[in-house]
Design a protein around this ligand. Sequence first.
Ligand code: HEC
Ligand code: HEC
Length: 446
Amino acid sequence: MHARTWLLAAMALTLPAGCDDPTPPMGDPGETDAATEGGGSEAGDGSTGGEATDGSDGSQDGSSDDTAGESTGDGPSDGYPPEVEEVLDLPWPPYDYDEPLPAHFQAPPVQGMDNTPSDNEITDAGATLGRVLFYDRTLSANHTISCSSCHGQANGFTDTATFSEGFDGGLTGRNSMSIANARFYAPGHFFWDERADTLEDQVLMPIQNEVEMGLTLEELVDRVSAQPYYPALFEDAFGDPDVDTQRISWALAQFVRSISSYRSPWDEGIEAGGTPGGPFPNYSAQENRGKDVFFGPGRCAVCHLGQPGPPPPPGAPLPNVAIFMLNEAANNGLDAALVNDDNGLGDVTGDPGLNGVFKSPSLRNVELTAPYMHDGRFSTLREVIDHYDSGVEDHPNLDPRLRAPDGSPQRLNLSEADKDALEAFLRTLTDDALIEDPRFSDPFRE
Ligand code: HEC
Ligand code: HEC
């Protein structure tokens, strides 16, 4: 209420009567913080964290021009009002959340995996609002946790628990998933069992989950509407300060989709002209050996470097060298038969042919996302590798790619040196620039 009153008063001051220009009001020009932000003082922050502010001048307008639907993505021209400045450390102009990804992400097959819907393209103002919502503990029943509690930037946007603790100490039924590159999953479904049809649906589910955040959608809208820092952020993102669940969902989804991992040693190798078939100049001998295992005898790439269509014949160039995501959910032989508590897509769809079938998050940053699998059963990468080497179970739905030619579960018989090398290779998927990128960090001042 207070915020709305402020907003209307300020609109009256800045806009001629009857003008429907959505340009929101600016902060009190006498307010030191706001004035400094307007002067671009955040350039320092941006340069520390890499290219965060690169090209953000002006380019944010270009990237939001094509925005469909209700969202405008156009920010106010002169910075944030004091209500925002007091609580949030946001740069002005906003960070660039839709900067072009490197060439290996631009290949048409890779772009074809992008699940961004045409009515919710990423805008800088939309993702900025999503960032604030993602870190806002107001979104849990007792104000104790936010999305980031279980999807922490330092842990590759996941957490270190087998099952995560919700607002009231209850535990989730599955391991938290890394959300980096979630945008590039062609089926577009979310959660280990894919029960969310779209990311826009998914982002409202933890908020309503009784264990996780514990709010009704009505309470959510009330909570968000009551915070004085939101009207200006909604106005920037959507053209007016109205709060509703769809806008909350859109903004959160934009922020999640903006979390792209593209600056790991793997990416440097590809950008230096490396190919999956040959050694990378920036890799150690052991990392290159592990890369050979990943693509060759370890047979990891056939699933985890999802290729559109059937796998290309050996030696043919891979259409996707960017997205370490499955093509679709699969059974990777964790259990021999039906389990009591969790059969993944089988439970959701009622199709016995999908029992034990699960989605996997991206393998990027896997060094930081332990423990592993939907139930967090493996606490180290070595345990994961040992599973694929000698532990694959003969489930009726076991993926054929994990079977030997005679139909039995694969036994890779990797040497200890090969396992060490594979582990070293998996660590080259760690993207330190993402982990330190201020665009994805906690914007709250206290
Ligand atoms: C209490 C811990 C917790 C909180 C809080 C939480 N999550 Fe999650 N998140 C999880 C767990 C656990 C899963 C996997 C659940 C499953 O598959 O059943 C998950 C899965 C996801 C996925 C699916 C990723 C994929 O590739 O399918 C996304 C996206 C996500 N969370 C985003 C969010 C957002 C946005 C918020 C805040 C609105 C949030 N999470 C809050 C624990 C949490
Ligand atoms: C048949 C396709 C397939 C193959 C081949 C495969 N995986 Fe997986 N992988 C999966 C699936 C499906 C999951 C998720 C399973 C679950 O949790 O129920 C997964 C999960 C993982 C995870 C855990 C991810 C996380 O965030 O918890 C890691 C790590 C992993 N695989 C590494 C590998 C490595 C290394 C290889 C090669 C030795 C490999 N995978 C081969 C399908 C495959």
